[in-house]
Design a protein around this ligand. Structure first.
Ligand code: GLC
Length: 435
């Protein structure tokens, strides 16, 4: 691709190939886009994937961008303790996804959520294609989602939301979770065992009424406060505040901004440590909030959440650039520090480059006025797609297509088209890669 319009065409083609078949479409209220057109897992709608899809669509098909996001709210929980929760997978019935139905003990949606990027996505679509009447309908639902986090996922009232399953992090198979999942990694076989354990965990969650507090005390339960998840949430509350401002609701906006700053402060106080001039960012594992030692690329998402001072951001950017070596791979950003013993550049979430993560860090760099650094991330992302297509994820050392349990990962993957949003964002700043 050598021009912006070619990128638009390529991304439009990739996304449109992943729109459900007519027999499914005809049963839906709104259209959405599957992560990949693969039978089973990837046919239902996925929460944060659709946020990325919508942010790509907004550049050439804003109506589809709106529908993609509205569709996420169709299965928002509308009653009971979990009112407001937005499921991480939905439209299971239309896709006859009986495996997921069994896993979640539900007919049409998952009992888990995913990183809350939805107000961010609505805001960016709204900016391209304002629609006040739709926004008025959406806004209370987004509020309800964030209220749900405070009510159901912050039982220790430290302003940090807990996740109760690795799938909620979006980093399903990362070594970040190995110790809590009760399996130390020694060889490939352990990756399979960990996958089985993730599947089994859904029943424990169901049996305990999806209650984070109870699960944190239940043997075999999973309970983590993660820095990237919470940074994304802080950014999402700020985006929601801006949507409130669009609707003229100033008091609500200021309350939402306050809630976002409490999260930023808590992340900073509880998850960031310094030792001999180096900065570390930790997942807090279990009820006892043990500081995890795995060094992973999720820390760079603290830029997106604006959780750091200018000086601290510089320290993090130094790490991204290879000061401290490991993250300066040929293609960034490795999801796990390549010097971790369990790093594997090929295997699913064990150290790969994901363009969704690159987008979050790219946006974070722009928030800290680091345009040059952001441009480098964009160029590396583009190089990956140019050589391998829209793969689900890539090897940071070789740039080749990643692998899931040894088998090549899917191609024509929806969220890898998010590279277009980065490209267009730069064009709007008059930084063109194609002059
Ligand atoms: C994988 C990823 C998750 C993503 C899903 C759909 O499970 O780990 O983050 O949302 O695929 O693409």
């Amino acid at each position: 691709m050598t021009s912006t319009s070619q990128w638009i065409d390529a991304c439009a083609r990739a996304l449109r190939k992943n729109v459900p078949d007519t027999n499914v479409l005809s049963q839906l209220t709104y259209r959405y886009t599957c992560p990949a057109k693969e039978r089973g897992t990837y046919l239902p709608q996925w929460l944060w994937d659709s946020c990325f899809h919508a942010m790509t669509y907004r550049w050439f098909d804003p109506e589809m961008a709106w529908e993609e996001l509205l569709s996420l709210l169709v299965h928002q929980v509308s009653e009971g303790d979990d009112i407001g929760m937005v499921p991480h997978m939905s439209h299971l019935a239309e896709n006859k996804d009986t495996v997921s139905q069994r896993l979640f003990h539900q007919s049409n949606a998952s009992i888990l959520t995913q990183p809350p990027l939805i107000s961010t996505a609505f805001l960016s679509v709204y900016r391209k294609a304002p629609d006040r009447s739709r926004l008025s309908w959406v806004y209370p639902k987004l509020r309800l989602y964030h209220d749900w986090f405070d009510r159901r996922r912050d039982d220790d009232k430290d302003h940090l939301a807990a996740i109760i399953h690795p799938w909620e992090s979006g980093w399903d198979a990362s070594q970040r979770w190995d110790s809590l999942m009760g399996r130390a990694y020694r060889n490939e076989e352990d990756l399979r065992i960990l996958e089985t354990k993730r599947k089994e965990l859904t029943s424990l969650i169901w049996a305990n009424g999806c209650d984070a507090e109870i699960l944190s005390r239940t043997p075999g339960g999973f309970y983590v406060e993660s820095p990237d998840f919470n940074a994304i949430r802080a950014a999402d509350l700020s985006a929601l505040a801006r949507l409130a401002e669009e609707l003229g609701q100033r008091d609500e906006a200021s309350e939402l901004h306050d809630r976002a700053s409490l999260i930023r402060k808590a992340i900073h106080q509880k998850m960031v440590t310094f030792q001999e001039g180096s900065m570390y960012v930790h997942d807090l594992l279990g009820r006892e909030e043990a500081k995890s030692k795995i060094d992973h690329g999720g820390k760079f998402i603290l830029l997106f959440g604006q959780c750091l001072s200018k000086e601290e951001a510089k320290l993090l950017i130094d790490q991204l650039n290879g000061n401290g070596k490991a993250y300066r791979t040929k293609y960034r950003i490795a999801s796990t520090n390549p010097s971790e013993p369990s790093f594997n550049g090929d295997e699913y979430w064990r150290g790969n480059v994901w363009l969704s993560i690159n987008w979050l860090v790219f946006q974070g760099l722009l928030k800290y006025d680091e345009e040059k650094e952001a441009l480098l991330i964009l160029k590396e992302s583009i190089a990956l797609v140019q050589s391998q297509g829209f793969c689900e994820f890539f090897n940071p050392l070789t740039g080749t297509r990643g692998k899931k349990y040894g088998r090549p990962c899917p191609q024509n993957y929806g969220w890898s088209t998010i590279v277009l949003d980065m490209l267009m964002e730069m064009e709007e700043r008059d930084i063109s890669l194609y002059k």
